[in-house]
Design a binder for this molecule. Sequence first.
Ligand code: MTE
Ligand code: MO
Length: 228
Amino acid sequence: MDDQSLPPGQFDLGYFPRYGLWQFSRYMQEPGGVQVTVSNNEGALFILTEAELAQLDCIQQSSDFHCITSWSARNVQWQGYRFSEFYRQFVVSKMTDAAPVKWVQFRSADNYRTFMAIEDLLADDVLLAIAVNDQALAWEHGGPIRLVAPAHYGFKSAKHLTEIIFCNALENYRSPALHWHEHPRARVALEERSRFLPQWFWRYFGRLAIPAVLFAYRLAAKKRKRNS
Ligand SMILES: Nc1nc2c(c(=O)[nH]1)N[C@H]1C(S)=C(S)[C@@H](COP(=O)(O)O)O[C@H]1N2
Ligand SMILES: [Mo]
């Protein structure tokens, strides 16, 4: 089942589903305009909207997407802005704090949360995405704006972004459900699925969950369509 051309323990699912933690399958809000609060440890710095994004180069990127539960989707076509450009253009000059930024927290409209190391976010392939496969980012894949970090497991690519917090220490952070085992880096190439237990355990444990999660997300999509 494992595909040698994919990273360790991943298999090709053949399509790109809406997916995530079980309890977030019920989030149904139609996305509005981009409105992301950008903060540091002391509070809000500014609100990121389409006006700021329009000042950055909009780029296209094709990348594989790897979920921690072991499915992968090949060649997902993204359109968006390099996180590094956004950071250098709008954030660096507003960081008054002398301590260097180390961690960045992401918060989402569905109450999802995650975080990444700043050095990982400055990679060229990390995007703030606004379109996928030639369609504006709709509810399905995290509209109006999401993170895309292809070298990291999918749970780091927060959908429906509402807040980005630049921190020098990771205080007051609570993982939404991964809790004690959320890996701080979650690099796909190194198979950093968890902080604990051998990684092959999480590979197979995750794989068992896939059908039920896909079912929950599909059911929610059907219900959403019926109610629209
Ligand atoms: N806001 C939010 N972002 C999220 C999640 C979520 O439940 N809510 N799930 C994560 C997980 S586990 C995965 S695999 C990807 C799935 O992205 P997709 O639904 O576009 O396939 O989103 C990630 N980002
Ligand atoms: Mo995932």
